[in-house]
Design a protein around this ligand. Structure first.
Ligand SMILES: Nc1ncnc2c1ncn2[C@@H]1O[C@H](COP(=O)(O)OP(=O)(O)OP(=O)(O)O)[C@@H](O)[C@H]1O
Length: 389
């Protein structure tokens, strides 16, 4: 049995179809990152799972229960937002206690003075205090318990929001870009904290982000959603190395994957300009295809030593790597290579080079974007003499 599953979720706003049959199943304790370009429907999906919005069609199952028609408060789902949504007039400790107080105390018990005078309610209050303290200690925020949100940094507020979500032991955890308000260094640190927290709590988590490095580094599986459809749900490594759709390949990877569009020739060979790919099994002639390969699989060699003559247009030094923008002689295309600073020594803009492509790293997609399984034996190009003049 899955920890939670979404079955065929559909949603439209004013005639615009936003979610088009989204289904996924999360296993117990699994961390799933939901990524996709802005506007693809990530937050809409999360709000529907949380019960803050309703699907036009589809089911949300938690454990073995269909919670689709239950109110948000009856789903035992915790949500952390980008804005943290802390109550500004309450201290961190009071903020963390809110979900417990709402659930366990009576209306009178929640009143500051009267609540303290009712023996039964006083007992529940001190139990809540104890749980808040335990959660604060585990998140190392004990020292913040008396501060109000305005007296805390972004990272501290984010930890208080996490503590508030965790304290009532939800069945499912939803997070909507919880790190996007933090600066770059703190983000990387907070990533590790959330992963560690998730490992300890073991609550299945759906984590929305538009940051691909966050998704790939944190998640057990990554769900890539484009235009309201879930195109692939797979391990980070498979999402990156074995994308099933061209849009998935384009969305992940920095710099973006290199692309060449062409049509399979009469002999079943793939040729893009003067670049020839020799597949082990020929493709159907006249099939329009996109050839794709990641920048890290393009190697630069001295002119005459590789198979694809090119000229360096620009080099970008990024510290641990160098991005080389090259112009392929055989066709009007820019090919981007990711190389090490050591490999870049002696290279400069305008210089002729040869590109070497690892044939096993080449992906081929049809005109609908679906991956065609291809085993490429060789990549080469006719050598235009003009390049070496
Ligand atoms: N209440 C609403 N009424 C009308 N349209 C809406 C509503 N909520 C969302 N939308 C539209 O639905 C689409 C998906 O929005 P959503 O916020 O889910 O995208 P997202 O993938 O989370 O984007 P981002 O990464 O920018 O936050 C957008 O085109 C948005 O304008």
């Amino acid at each position: 049995m899955s920890a939670f599953s979404l079955c065929d979720i559909n949603k439209s706003y004013g005639g615009n179809s936003i979610l088009k049959g989204v289904s996924l199943q999360a296993e117990a304790g699994e961390f799933i990152a939901l990524v996709g370009p802005s506007g693809c429907g990530k937050s809409t999906l999360l709000r529907i799972v949380a019960g803050l919005d309703h699907a036009d069609r589809g089911e949300i199952i938690i454990g073995s229960e269909d919670v689709s028609s239950r109110a948000a408060g009856d789903r035992n789902i915790a949500m952390v937002f980008q804005s943290y949504a802390l109550y500004p007039h309450l201290t961190a400790g009071q903020n963390i206690a809110v979900p417990l107080a709402m659930r366990r105390l009576s209306v009178a018990g929640r009143l500051p003075l009267i609540g303290g005078l009712l023996p039964e309610q006083r007992k529940i209050r001190s139990e809540i205090q104890r749980q808040v303290q335990t959660m604060a200690t585990s998140l190392k925020i004990d020292h913040l318990l008396d501060r109000k949100p305005g007296q805390m940094s972004g990272g501290q507020r984010q930890r208080v929001a996490l503590a508030r979500a965790m304290v009532r032991h939800p069945s499912v955890f939803l997070m909507d870009e919880p790190l996007s308000n933090l600066d770059a260094n703190l983000r990387v640190h907070a990533r590790g904290e959330i992963v560690e927290l998730h490992r300890r709590a073991g609550v299945p988590t759906l984590y929305v982000t538009h940051d691909q490095s966050e998704a790939l580094s944190m998640a057990d599986r990554v769900a890539v959603m484009i235009g309201g459809r879930l195109l692939q749900l797979d391990s980070p490594r498979r999402i990156y190395d074995e994308p099933v759709h061209l849009e998935v390949a384009k969305f992940l990877g920095q710099p973006r994957i290199n692309l060449m569009t062409t049509v399979v020739d009469d002999n079943g060979l793939v040729q893009a300009g003067d670049v020839r790919l020799l597949p082990r099994a020929p493709f159907r002639p006249a099939t329009p295809v996109t050839v794709a390969f990641r920048p890290e699989f393009v190697h630069l060699t001295r002119a005459g030593e590789g198979s694809l003559p090119a000229r360096i247009e620009r080099l970008e030094f990024l510290g641990s790597e160098v991005i080389a923008f090259t112009r392929l002689a055989a066709m009007d295309a820019t090919i981007v290579a990711k190389i090490t600073p050591a490999e870049a020594i002696g290279l400069s803009a305008g210089q002729p080079v040869d590109l070497k492509l690892d044939p096993s790293a080449i992906l081929i997609f049809d005109d609908k974007g679906d991956r065609l399984l291809a085993d490429i034996a060789m990549v080469s190009a006719k050598r235009p003499e003009a390049m070496h003049g």
